[in-house]
Design a protein around this ligand. Structure first.
Ligand SMILES: N[C@@H](CCC(=O)N[C@@H](CS)C(=O)NCC(=O)O)C(=O)O
Length: 207
């Protein structure tokens, strides 16, 4: 099979969803770093690959695709990796339920907190006024949801092994320290899940 090209930034949790999945599944890919800080994502050469001008994006044998979750679903179907995203109607529906939940509610507060408390300053940018407080409120609502699921199941998938919802959450939850969330104290089951996920091979942070 031709080698996939993947455009990423090492600090983008969206891109890291794809990088983690590539590593965990052993799909070979050429990684191309996009310097968001130099606005490379807004250059024509990159916009020719993805109309959205964001990372991640992939090109597979001339076929271009953006949006991290669309890419994960594509890779599952392309390589028949249905252990990550079941084909059975109701198991797929549950996988989608958790994937949607992570996408809409579970993951965003981690990056919003981490960005506004730490990351923005690293890039010489100012955090948005009130954004960290708003994200802290959101995380307070979502942590008990994640914690309850991971009290009942070892992975969000509910399948006894990680699924796409777990992949989608992992790089965001990995921002807990930068988000100033003491996971072992406030969400011990989520913290234990992080360790289970970290036991899977994880890509290095740089190319
Ligand atoms: N919904 C997109 C979000 C991707 C995204 O927001 N990526 C950020 C980096 S974390 C980006 O490229 N930002 C550049 C910009 O918005 O200009 C996905 O899931 O792939």
């Amino acid at each position: 099979m031709p080698v996939i090209k993947v455009w990423f930034h090492p600090e983008s949790p969206y891109a890291r969803r794809v990088l983690c999945f590539l590593d965990w599944t052993g799909i070979s890919a050429t990684r191309i770093q996009v310097a968001l800080e130099n606005r490379e994502h807004l250059e024509k050469t990159y916009l020719d690959i993805t109309p959205f001008g964001r990372v991640p994006a992939i090109v597979d044998n001339g076929f271009a695709l953006s949006e991290s979750l669309a890419i994960l679903r594509y890779l599952v179907a392309r390589d028949g990796l249905f252990e990550w995203y079941p084909e059975d109607l109701q198991r797929r529906a549950v996988a989608d339920q958790w994937l949607e939940y992570v996408s809409q509610h579970g993951a965003p507060p981690f990056i919003e907190l981490a960005w506004n408390l730490n990351m923005a300053a690293r890039y010489g940018l100012k955090p948005r006024v009130g954004a960290a407080e708003a994200a802290a409120k959101k995380i307070k609502r979502e942590l008990p949801v994640l914690e309850a699921r991971l009290t009942q199941c070892s992975f969000l998938s509910g399948e006894g092994r990680p699924g796409l919802a777990d992949v989608a959450l992992y790089p965001f939850a990995a921002l807990a320290v930068e988000a100033q969330i003491d996971l072992p104290r406030v969400a011990p089951h989520l913290a234990a899940w992080m360790i289970r996920m970290a036991d899977l091979p994880v890509p290095a942070i740089t190319t």
